[in-house]
Design a protein around this ligand. Structure first.
Ligand SMILES: Nc1nc2c(ncn2[C@@H]2O[C@H](COP(=O)(O)OP(=O)(O)OP(=O)(O)O)[C@@H](O)[C@H]2O)c(=O)[nH]1
Ligand SMILES: [Mg+2]
Length: 299
């Protein structure tokens, strides 16, 4: 029997826990079962109480106090500790059945996805056939407000692509907090940000600001030896252009939009998740319980 899960990842403050909470509320409203696993040892408050919480194994606060580590070193320690105590996850998840969606709420420290191999090890453990055997997908969140600053947008897209390669999971990239941009950027103008490509640098607001200040950023961009290029931002533009071209060449990153305040938007993302992990195919047809038939008759 397979289990099904989604690992919600992304940089700090991208809206991961808020998305997990909206997803759980939505699943509950639609009478679907879910199992919420908090893997952020620093998380303090929850809209929905986790069914399994890493803090019951190890708390970041204790690690920082006792080992005199900072928050990031402490987090890496907590994950190393989890890797040595994977039975904590196995015992918690063993009895979860196939109709559940297991939601893993991950921490936001980017080094977890780039510098240390703990997340791939965790993913391999969760997917291991014959053991937990979870059909898992990744939901990688980036804040949609990043699109305003192209450098942030491309750096974020690159981190998403790096996570795709590192984890090798079915992967959804999501621009979160759409409610924050929908009044500033029209729907049809936003479309171009769903697939990162180098043409998005053509109307970079940072260039407009430089031009307004009388800097010929295009001339400096073309001339790598220009001594002012470093200060004016033309060198930075060249770097962003190279990143954008790299993303374009790999053609792996595409975003879906998410507005947690809109139920239809949460449902749309849930459909993509279900599709990635093929949740629906594994479900048995369900009969209504007797009480529910009776409730229907009363109406
Ligand atoms: N307007 C708006 N704010 C949001 C949304 N999602 C999250 N936020 C806010 O963004 C902040 C961070 O949200 P979290 O859900 O804690 O983000 P996170 O990615 O879990 O953060 P870390 O776990 O610390 O990495 C909070 O103040 C949320 O209220 C959203 O869809 N719209
Ligand atoms: Mg969180």
């Amino acid at each position: 029997m397979s289990k099904f899960g989604v690992m919600v990842m992304g940089p700090a403050g991208a809206g991961k826990s808020t998305f997990c909470a909206s997803l759980i509320t939505h699943l509950q409203l639609n009478r679907r079962s879910c199992y919420y696993v908090n893997l952020d040892p620093a998380a303090e408050s929850f809209e929905h109480q986790p069914d399994l919480d890493i803090k019951d194994l190890i708390s970041l606060e204790d690690v920082m106090d006792e080992l005199k580590l900072g928050p990031n070193g402490g987090l890496i320690y907590c994950f190393d500790f989890l890797m040595q105590n994977l039975s904590f996850l196995e015992e918690g998840l063993n009895t979860v059945t196939e109709e559940y969606l297991i939601i893993f709420d991950m921490p936001g420290q980017i080094e977890l996805y780039t510098h240390v191999p703990v997340v791939p090890t965790l993913v391999n453990f969760l997917r291991q056939p014959g053991s937990l055997d979870i059909r898992l997908c990744a939901a990688y969140l980036l804040e949609s407000t990043f699109v305003v600053d192209r450098a942030k947008y491309f750096a974020g897209s690159l981190s998403a692509m790096s996570a795709m390669f590192m984890l090798g999971l079915p992967h959804l990239n999501i621009l979160s907090k759409m409610d924050l941009v929908k009044d500033q950027i029209r729907k049809k103008d936003f479309k171009k940000f769903l697939v990162p490509d180098a043409t998005l640098l053509e109307d970079d607001p940072a260039d407009l600001a430089a031009r307004k200040a009388g800097i010929d950023i295009d001339a400096q961009f073309e001339d790598p030896m220009n001594k002012d290029a470093m200060l004016s931002g033309a060198s930075f533009k060249r770097l962003n252009n190279a990143v954008a071209e790299l993303l374009e060449r790999f053609s792996m990153v595409q975003f879906h939009k998410l507005d947690c305040t809109d139920e239809d938007s949460v449902q749309a993302i849930l459909s993509y998740i279900d599709d990635c992990i093929q949740w629906a195919e594994a479900q048995e047809p369900k009969e209504l319980a007797d009480e529910e038939y009776e409730e229907g008759e009363d109406e």
